[in-house]
Write a protein that binds this ligand. Structure first.
Ligand code: NAD
Length: 424
């Protein structure tokens, strides 16, 4: 729909929600001080002047703060959601009112989801920002003519990086892709603390279940799984971890958790949470072995970690208990409950990551765009890391915004660390 005031195209649920969205974005800005510092600099230096940036990110208040930062830097921005359940409709309305080409509504159909990605690509972005590789995949599969105009892409999440590396291995990746997810200030903060807290928040909002005394099965002990396991333990749950990586399994055991295959964990768990980036980690045969009333949630990749189609096919009855909670009666009469349709529960039933962790993640996105613009034409196709000093600068900004200072090496310490002659 073309907005008569701004002349921009957008498609959102309800523009009258904009005042609430503006208040939520303002609140997020109060907690995203490091990103706001970058915005102030961008507003003066305009490093993205005249550059078209296309985003497929969760349309949340934190993402809106990133969008405003890119606009302050001189970019023109178009954004679609990257998950059909994660759009905050009030925020989308506020962005539309500000003249941003924004496409998405909570609960959008699959058809609309892909139509919106196409709408972003129709703006011919020169820099893409993805959370799960959607825009870049579409460019390569359906719009190869766009490749020549793309300065670089930025990827926000682990799953997207896995896909990009697979494309790179096959010689199929034709644009430079900055692995923002792999910044320390992203995956060691956002995946760990952000997913840790917000996943439990999502499950609690969907069910209001008590974690204390429950057995929680955490599938995948990467950055996200570690965060979830730690927080659930803190709430009094008994944790079982399932893994396919021997070292991660060992780490989980040494962190004090039980480790076993899903086939065994299925019989013991009260709450199951998948965070693997993999497919069909919980399948009908596991569900059949579960206790009556088991709760299933995914906070990993899209909606495929739990084999929802398989569970639906097996179920004798299915009904919606309340928003983001479906009950399945399986053969034999046991009931299991699926939260958030198996989509990212922290974004479906809660509000995604807290603003503080998104601040450092999105500093990474803003600085990746600036890095791409500065190095236009010089970055080779492939998966690239943001230079270490940029990642460090984000940690500095965030510490400063928290009012925290740290020690610096003395000249004597510097010499000691750099020398091999000085004895032990
Ligand atoms: N919900 C969110 O807001 C959010 C935020 C960040 C990342 N993510 C997603 O969460 C997923 C995990 O991210 P991460 O950064 O922790 O990744 P990671 O690579 O650090 O960890 C994933 C772990 O899962 C394990 N694994 C893979 N297949 C498995 C299987 N079949 N059974 C058990 N374990 C298995 C891997 O060995 C690995 O240790 C990704 O899909 C990522 O995109 C979600």
């Amino acid at each position: 729909m073309i907005d008569m005031d701004t002349g921009k195209d957008h498609e959102v649920k309800d523009l009258s929600l904009a005042p609430q969205g503006l208040k939520n974005i303002a609140f997020a800005e109060r907690h995203m001080r490091s990103l706001m510092r970058i915005r102030e600099r961008f507003a003066k230096e305009k490093p993205l002047s005249g550059i078209r940036v296309g985003l497929a990110l969760h349309i949340t208040k934190e993402t809106a703060v990133l969008v405003r930062t890119l606009v302050a830097g001189g970019a023109s921005v178009a954004i679609a959601g990257c998950n059909p359940l994660s759009t905050q409709d009030d925020v989308a309305a506020a962005l539309a009112q500000e003249g941003i080409a924004v496409y998405g509504y909570k609960g959008e159909t699959n058809e609309d989801y892909y139509r919106y990605l196409e709408a972003v690509l129709a703006t011919r972005p020169q820099i893409t920002i993805d959370d799960g590789c959607d825009l870049v995949s579409l460019v390569h599969s359906k719009h190869p003519e766009m490749i020549k105009d793309i300065i670089a892409g930025c990827e926000e999440t682990t799953t997207g990086i896995i896909r990009l590396r697979a494309m790179e291995r096959d010689g199929a990746l034709k644009v430079p892709m900055i692995a923002v997810n792999d910044n320390k200030t992203k995956h060691l903060l956002d995946n760990y603390y952000g997913t840790g807290q917000s996943t439990l928040d999502g499950i609690m909002r969907a069910t209001n279940i008590l974690f204390a005394g429950k057995t929680v099965v955490v599938a995948g002990y990467g950055s996200c799984g570690k965060g979830v396991a730690l927080k659930a333990k803190g709430m009094g749950a008994d944790i079982i971890v399932t893994e396919i990586d021997h070292f991660k399994a060992l780490q989980a055991r040494m962190d004090g958790f039980r480790v076993m295959p899903m086939a065994d964990a299925a019989k013991e768990g009260d709450i199951f949470i998948t965070l693997t980036g993999n497919k069909h980690v919980i399948r009908p045969e596991h569900v059949t072995a579960m206790k009556d009333d088991a709760i299933l949630a995914n906070s990993g990749h899209f909606d495929i970690e739990i084999d929802v189609k398989g569970i639906k096919a097996m179920a004798k009855a299915e009904r919606r208990i309340r928003p983001f909670l479906d009950e399945y009666t399986i053969p034999g009469g046991k009931r299991v409950y699926l939260a958030g349709e198996g989509r990212l529960i922290n974004l479906a039933a809660a509000e995604g990551h807290p603003s503080e962790v998104m601040s450092t993640s999105f500093c990474g996105q803003a600085l990746a765009c600036e890095h791409a613009a500065k190095n236009r034409g010089k970055l080779a196709p492939g998966v690239l890391m943001l230079p270490e000093e940029i990642d460090q600068s984000i940690a500095v900004l965030q510490l400063e915004s928290l009012g925290i200072s740290i020690d610096a090496l003395t000249p004597e310490q510097e010499r000691y660390l750099a020398s091999w002659q000085e004895g032990t």
